[in-house]
Design a protein around this ligand. Structure first.
Ligand code: ARG
Ligand code: ZN
Length: 849
C-alpha cells in the first residue's frame, strides 16, 4: 500500500464479521525486545454474515507460525493483516508471533513503561499484539497465560493460577479485543474490598510502582464510592471476584476500562495532599468513576463498531458527571462542565474539525476520541433525560441493560429503548447524533397585559460535515423572575422542534424577566435580548444557580469585548453585581470562586470571531489584565477578608467543602497579589503544606515576576516526583508573559528532565504552550514554528499524542491574514514530512480545509 493511500471508512459500509469466536487462549512469553505471543482461537462461520472472507487484523507483528486445525498454513498478507483459506465448518486457528514492547513508543498494543509491561488496546491496539478480528462486534471469552520473571502478572477476569513467573487468567465475560489488558512488573498492591448489594465479596487492588504506595488511598476510596453509587442509582452490580487498577507513567490518554483490569495514566489515579491539587483530586475521582461505570456502559454492553463510540462514551461521561454532582456540588459541577464544553467542544464544533456525535466516516479512529463524542455526547443524554423525565429515563436505561446485556450495540438500539418506554418518536431527536455544528438559539419577547411571549429561533451554521443542518429538538428550561427578585414561574422545559417557535406564559402581574436555558439545558449558543440591568437583576436574584452565574459571565464578556473593541472601562454594574455575590456568606465558596472567573482569552477570541471581528491576541490579553486589575482595585477592601476567612487551617481534606474554600481563598489571593505585589503569595508559599496552596502561591509569584527563587525551591523539593514536576514544567509555560512564552518553552525543552517521549511531560510543556493564547499566537510566528517543530519530532515516535495536539491549530481561520499565512506555512511544513502518520495527516488535512 502506498504511504499516503489512507483509506476512509464509512458507517454506511458496516457488515458483520464472517465468523463467530468460541474461545480464545493466549500465551505470552515476556521479553522486553522479543515477546512471543501464542494464540489459539476457535472459530465457526457466522450464519448472519454475507462475506465469508477470513480476515485477521495485524500490525507490526512478526509471524513465526500459523496453523489451522493443527496443519501449517501460509496466509496472504494484506494492508490490514492477513487472510487465509479456511474449512467450511468450525476450525482452530493457532499462531505464534513476535513483538517488541520496548520499540513500541506509540504506546498502543503491548509496550514498556519504566520497566513494566502494559497494554492499551482501544481502539485498534490489539492487532499489534496478535492476528485477530480486531473489531468491537467480535466478542469472546479469553484465557490468558503470562510467563515472565515478574512478581506481578495480571490480565482480565479472575486468576486461575499464579506461580512465581507464571500466571493464568480467565475472563468469563465475552468481550471485544479492545478490552483486553496485560500488565507485568515489579509492582506493589494497595488492597481494598467491596461487598456488592447481593453479598458478593470483591477484592480490589491498586497496583503502583514501589514508592507510590502513599498515593493510593484516595483512588481506592473513589472506587468504592463509584461501586456503591452505581448500585444505588443505576442498579448495576460488579460482576467479577476481582477489580484491579494499575497506574502507568506513559499513557496517551486518561485511563482505560479494560475488563477487571483498568489501566490508568498515573496522573489520573495517584494522589496525595502534598503532591496533588484539589482539582487533581476531583478529576481523579471522576475518572475512576468513569472507568468503573464503563463496566456496564461499554463492557457488558459494547459498541457494534467505532462509529458508535458515543454510545459508551457519551453515556459514561453523563454518568460520571451525575456521580460528581452527587458527591460534590451539582451547580458547581454543571458550571465547570459548561466552561469545559465551551473551551473544548465549541471550537471543535465551529471549526474545520466539526463532526457529528456519531461521525459518518473516519480514517483514524483515535482522532475521534473528541470533546464532541464525549462531552457533547453526554449533553445529548442529558437532553434526552430532561425531555422524557427522570422516571422514564430510569425505566429506559433499565430496559437497555435487560435487552442488550452481552451485545455490541448501536445508537439505534439506545434510542429504541426510549421510544419503547415512552412511545415518543425520536426520529428528529436523532439529528443530535448525525448533525455537526453548535445550534444558535435566539429569543425575543413580547409583553401584552399579563402575557409574556417568548419567540425562539434556531439555526445551525452549515459545515463540511453537515452542509444542510435541520432544526434540532431543543429542551429549553425557562423560569420567570419578577422585579422583586421572586420566582413567579418555576422551571418548565419548553420543547422546541421548529426553526421558529413561540411559547406563552399567561396571567402574570408585572412584567418578569425570563431566565432562559436554565442549567444550560441544551448545548447551544444563546442570544437573548436582555438589558444589562436585567442581567444584573438575574445575577442578583435568579433561583437557577447556573443562570445566575451565566449572567455574570455574559456581563463580564460584554465588558471585556467593549474594552477590546472600543477601549471602554470595565462595566461598573457588573463589578458591583459580582461584588455582592462574592461577599454573600450564605453562598457556597466554590460557587463564589467561579463568579470571580473571567472568560478565557480564547473564549473571547471565539466570541469576537462569532460577531465578525478579527481577534487580536495581544489586545485580548491586555483587556483581561486590565479587567483583573480593576477587579482587584474595586474589591480591595473585601479581598483580604475573603482570603483570610476562607483559608483552611484544619488538616487537609480533598472534599468539596474544603476545596471550595481553598478555591475562593486562592481566587482572592490572585486579586490580592495584584495590589500587594506578592507578599501574601510568598507567605502562603512558605507556609503551604499541600499542593493546592503551594502551586497557587507559586503561580501568583510568577505572575508578578517574583517566582524565580520559589521555582528553584520547588524543583529541589520535587525533582524526584514525576507528576509534581509536570506541574513545575506546565506552570512556567501557563504563567509566562506572552512576549517571552516561546523562549520559556525553548529553555524548558532543554531541561534534563524534559523527557519528550513521555506524553504527560510533552503535554505539560507543549500543551500548556498551545493554551497560552497570546504566547502561542505571538505576532512573530515563533510560537507556531516551535509547536510545529515539536510535532514533527514526536510524530514518528507517538502519532496519537501528536495528532491530538494538532488541534492547537484548529481555530486558525479566526485570526488575521498574517497569522493565517504563518500557520498555513507550518501546517504545510508538517504535512510535507515524508512519513507522516495516518493520525497526524488526517488531522492536519481536515484542519487545513
Ligand atoms: N475508553 C477510554 C475512556 O474513555 C479512552 C481510551 C481511548 N484511547 C485511545 N487510544 N483512543 O476512558
Ligand atoms: Zn470512557
Amino acid at each position: 500500500m502506498r504511504e499516503d493511500a489512507h483509506q476512509t471508512i464509512y458507517l454506511a459500509d458496516y457488515t458483520p464479521y464472517g465468523f463467530i469466536i468460541d474461545s480464545v487462549a493466549l500465551q505470552f512469553d515476556l521479553d522486553p525486545h522479543i515477546t512471543r505471543v501464542k494464540s489459539a482461537i476457535a472459530f465457526h462461520p457466522n450464519p448472519e454474515a454475507t462475506d465469508p472472507t477470513f480476515l485477521l487484523n495485524g500490525e507490526n507483528l512478526k509471524l513465526i507460525s500459523a496453523k489451522i486445525d493443527g496443519k501449517p498454513v501460509t496466509p496472504k498478507f494484506t494492508a490490514e493483516g492477513l487472510t487465509c483459506d479456511v474449512p467450511d465448518g468450525p476450525f482452530l486457528w493457532e499462531a505464534e508471533v513476535e513483538i517488541d514492547p520496548t520499540g513500541n513508543t506509540a504506546l498502543e498494543g503491548l509496550y514498556m513503561s519504566n520497566g513494566m509491561y502494559c497494554t492499551q488496546c482501544e481502539a485498534e491496539g490489539f492487532r499489534k499484539i496478535t492476528y485477530y478480528p480486531d473489531r468491537p462486534d467480535v466478542m469472546a471469552v479469553f484465557t490468558v497465560t503470562i510467563n515472565g520473571p515478574h512478581p506481578v502478572l495480571l490480565s482480565n477476569g479472575n486468576p486461575i493460577s499464579t506461580d512465581t513467573h507464571s500466571a493464568q487468567w480467565h475472563d468469563p465475560w465475552p468481550k471485544p479485543a479492545y478490552l483486553f489488558a496485560l500488565v507485568a512488573g515489579d509492582l506493589v498492591a494497595h488492597p481494598g474490598s467491596f461487598t456488592t448489594k447481593s453479598g458478593r465479596d470483591v477484592a480490589l487492588n491498586l497496583y503502583v510502582r514501589p514508592g507510590d504506595e502513599g498515593k493510593c488511598a484516595f483512588g481506592m476510596q473513589a472506587l468504592k464510592d463509584s461501586m456503591k453509587w452505581d448500585e444505588e442509582v443505576y442498579g448495576r452490580e460488579y460482576d467479577l471476584d476481582l477489580f484491579n487498577i494499575v497506574a502507568v507513567d506513559d499513557f496517551n490518554m486518561g485511563a482505560m476500562e479494560n475488563k477487571g483490569l483498568n489501566v490508568f495514566n498515573s496522573s489520573a489515579v495517584l494522589a496525595s495532599p502534598a503532591t496533588s491539587t484539589d482539582m487533581n483530586f476531583e478529576r481523579i475521582e471522576a475518572i475512576i468513576a468513569h472507568e468503573y461505570f464503563h463496566n456496564w456502559t461499554g463492557n457488558r454492553i459494547t459498541c457494534r463498531d467505532w462509529f458508535q463510540l458515543c454510545l459508551k462514551e457519551g453515556l459514561t461521561v453523563f454518568r460520571d458527571s451525575q456521580f460528581t454532582s452527587d458527591m460534590r456540588s451539582a451547580p458547581v459541577k454543571r458550571i465547570g462542565d459548561v466552561i469545559d464544553l465551551r473551551a473544548r467542544q465549541f471550537p471543535e464544533d465551529q471549526g474545520p474539525l466539526a463532526h457529528p456525535v456519531r461521525p459518518a466516516s473516519f480514517q483514524e479512529i483515535n482522532n475521534f476520541y473528541t470533546a464532541t463524542v464525549y462531552e457533547k455526547g453526554a449533553e445529548v443524554i442529558g437532553m434526552l433525560k430532561s425531555l422524557v423525565g427522570d422516571q422514564a429515563y430510569s425505566d429506559a436505561v433499565d430496559l437497555y441493560f435487560d435487552r442488550h446485556d452481552g451485545q455490541a450495540c448501536t445508537i439505534e438500539d439506545w434510542l429504541k429503548v426510549f421510544e419503547d418506554t415512552t412511545s415518543r418518536d425520536l426520529t428528529q431527536f436523532k439529528r443530535w447524533y448525525s448533525q455537526a455544528g453548535t445550534p444558535c438559539l435566539s429569543v425575543t419577547e413580547d409583553w401584552d397585559h399579563g402575557k409574556l411571549t417568548l419567540n425562539f429561533k434556531q439555526h445551525t451554521p452549515p459545515s463540511a460535515a453537515t452542509p444542510d443542518p435541520q432544526p434540532q429538538v431543543l429542551p429549553i428550561a425557562v423560569g420567570l423572575i419578577d422585579q422583586d427578585g421572586d420566582e413567579v414561574e418555576p422551571t418548565v422545559v419548553l420543547e422546541m422542534t421548529q426553526a421558529e417557535q413561540s411559547f406563552v406564559f399567561d396571567n402574570l402581574g408585572t412584567r418578569p424577566i425570563a431566565s432562559v436555558l436554565r442549567g444550560f439545558s441544551a448545548p447551544v449558543v444563546l442570544t437573548q435580548d436582555l438589558s444589562d440591568a436585567d442581567r444584573a437583576h438575574l445575577l442578583a436574584h435568579d433561583t437557577d444557580p447556573f443562570n445566575r452565574w451565566e449572567q455574570g459571565r455574559i456581563l463580564a464578556r460584554k465588558s471585556l469585548i467593549a474594552m477590546i473593541l472600543e477601549g471602554k472601562n470595565p462595566n461598573k454594574d457588573w463589578l458591583q453585581g459580582i461584588r455582592a455575590v462574592i461577599g454573600d456568606e450564605h453562598l457556597d465558596p466554590a460557587y463564589r470562586a467561579l463568579m470571580l472567573g473571567l472568560p478565557s482569552q480564547s473564549e473571547l477570541a471565539r466570541a469576537l470571531a462569532e460577531d465578525g471581528h478579527t481577534p487580536d491576541p495581544d489586545i485580548i490579553y491586555a483587556a483581561v489584565e486590565t479587567t483583573s486589575d480593576a477587579m482587584a482595585k474595586s474589591y480591595a477592601n473585601l479581598v483580604p477578608t475573603l482570603y483570610m476567612r476562607h483559608t483552611v487551617t484544619e488538616a487537609y481534606q480533598p472534599n468539596a467543602a474544603q476545596s471550595g474554600k481553598r478555591a475562593l481563598a486562592n481566587a482572592a489571593l490572585s486579586l490580592l497579589t495584584r495590589t500587594d505585589g506578592g507578599t501574601a503569595a510568598q507567605k502562603q508559599y512558605d507556609a503551604a503544606d499541600n499542593m493546592t496552596q503551594q502551586l497557587n502561591a507559586l503561580a501568583n509569584l510568577i505572575r508578578v515576576g517574583k517566582g524565580s527563587t520559589a521555582l528553584q525551591v520547588f524543583e529541589a523539593q520535587w525533582r524526584n516526583d514525576r507528576l509534581v514536576m509536570d506541574k513545575w514544567f506546565g506552570l512556567q509555560v501557563t504563567e509566562a508573559d506572552p512576549e517571552d512564552a516561546h523562549e520559556v518553552v525553548e529553555t524548558l525543552t532543554k531541561h534534563a528532565d524534559f523527557n519528550w517521549k513521555n506524553p504527560n511531560r510533552f503535554r505539560s510543556v507543549l500543551g500548556a504552550f498551545a493554551a497560552n493564547h497570546a504566547g502561542f499566537h505571538h505576532a512573530s510566528g515563533a510560537g507556531y514554528r516551535l509547536l510545529a517543530d515539536w510535532l514533527i519530532k514526536l510524530d514518528p515516535v507517538n502519532p496519537q499524542t501528536t495528532a491530538r495536539m494538532c488541534s492547537a491549530f484548529q481555530t486558525w481561520k479566526r485570526y488575521d491574514a498574517n497569522r493565517q499565512d504563518m500557520i498555513k506555512t507550518e501546517l504545510d511544513r508538517i504535512l510535507a514530512q515524508p512519513k507522516l502518520s495516518r493520525d497526524t495527516k488526517e488531522m492536519l488535512t481536515r484542519i487545513r480545509g
